[in-house]
Design a protein around this ligand. Structure first.
Ligand SMILES: Nc1ncnc2c1ncn2[C@@H]1O[C@H](COP(=O)(O)OP(=O)(O)O)[C@@H](O)[C@H]1O
Ligand SMILES: [Mg+2]
Length: 307
């Protein structure tokens, strides 16, 4: 394991080269039920994350990434049930299971949002178009702490935006006035106003163009460096983005983690056949594209080159 993460954060472990453990999910299993048969979407997943680390969770669409994220963030709703698993964080062991009929889940409530926060896929498109961002800020904070006033919530949001070099005026904007990339960054800031220990970001870059992706990734790295949160599970099917941002990768296939390890090692020396397949499926189109580009260059006339 590297002593310095991809985020550039020095590992705080005292001379060991290994970051202090932030969170460990153990034997998490989750099923979709309700019909005649249960479908196991997450099957005994175990993961570890150090302080200041970004863990990339990669795998094809439908392999169970979102289900795992929802299970860890304790926001599983019927027909999804977590049937087994614990999350150890800050020395506490949280039971992740959702018992059927246990709709209230009081025992998990203190950890939800404040300790583990989920940034759901497509969150930026789910913001109410009739509310200014400032209202969203207050609603999000009040959901966890009824005593927070509007002014306190706004002060916190202003500080946070300034810290991250973002324009404070976005608070007065309606969602449609912001670009997709800005909306995604704003919703990321809002969902971490409570300083969660762990942020689970589900496909946060997938709907963005390349430059907006880069800005979001840089913001996430800055947030970890500034300890707004202490660790991130970054979920995506986009391996190139993940390999830029993650300290470690976990590769998921059909509900299980098939391989996990430091990003460099996993990308350059994958052990599991599925990891190799996933990496080659990413690289092949690029090679094809390059070949097409070469073909076009050789076909085009020097003066009329359209490249
Ligand atoms: N509400 C649901 N009911 C039944 N099955 C579901 C539901 N949501 C997801 N699934 C199934 O669970 C599996 C994992 O889905 P998901 O966690 O969304 O994968 P990913 O995020 O990796 O694309 C898929 O086979 C999907 O069809
Ligand atoms: Mg998903």
């Amino acid at each position: 394991m590297s002593t310095t993460g991809a985020s550039g954060t020095p590992a705080p472990g005292p001379g060991t080269g290994t970051p202090t453990l932030l969170a460990r999910a153990v034997d998490v299993s989750a099923v979709y039920g309700g019909g005649d048969r249960d479908f196991t979407a997450v099957d005994r997943v175990t993961l570890e994350l150090g302080e200041g680390e970004i863990l990339g969770l990669a795998g094809e669409s439908g392999c169970g990434k979102t289900t795992l994220g929802n299970s860890l963030a304790m926001i599983a709703n019927p027909p999804l049930y977590v049937v087994e698993g614990t999350l150890e964080i800050d020395g506490e062991r949280i039971d992740l299971t959702t018992l059927r009929g246990d709709a209230d889940l009081k025992r998990q409530r203190p950890y939800r949002g404040g300790v583990v926060s989920m940034l759901p896929q497509g969150a930026m498109n789910a913001i109410s178009p009739t509310l200014r961002v400032r209202n969203l800020v207050h609603d999000v904070m009040r959901a966890h702490d009824r005593s927070v006033t509007r002014d306190e919530a706004l002060d916190r949001a202003r500080d946070r935006l300034t810290m991250l070099e973002m324009p404070v005026r976005v608070l007065d904007s309606y969602p449609h006035q912001l670009s997709g990339g800005m909306k995604q960054r704003v919703i990321t800031v809002v969902s971490t106003l409570l300083n969660p220990r762990l942020l689970i970001a589900d496909e946060p870059t997938s709907a963005l163009d390349v430059s907006s992706q880069r800005m979001l990734v840089e913001m996430l790295l800055a947030m970890v460096e500034q300890r707004i949160m202490s660790g991130v599970v970054f979920v995506t099917h986009d391996l190139p983005v993940l390999s830029q941002v993650s300290d470690k990768l976990a590769i998921m296939n059909a509900g299980t983690i098939v391989e996990t390890g430091p990003t460099e090692q996993l990308v350059h020396d994958p052990q599991h056949p599925y990891t190799r397949k996933l990496l080659s499926s990413v690289l092949d189109p690029t090679q094809e594209t390059r070949a097409r580009g070469r073909d076009r260059r050789t076909r085009s006339t020097p003066a009329g080159g359209d490249l």
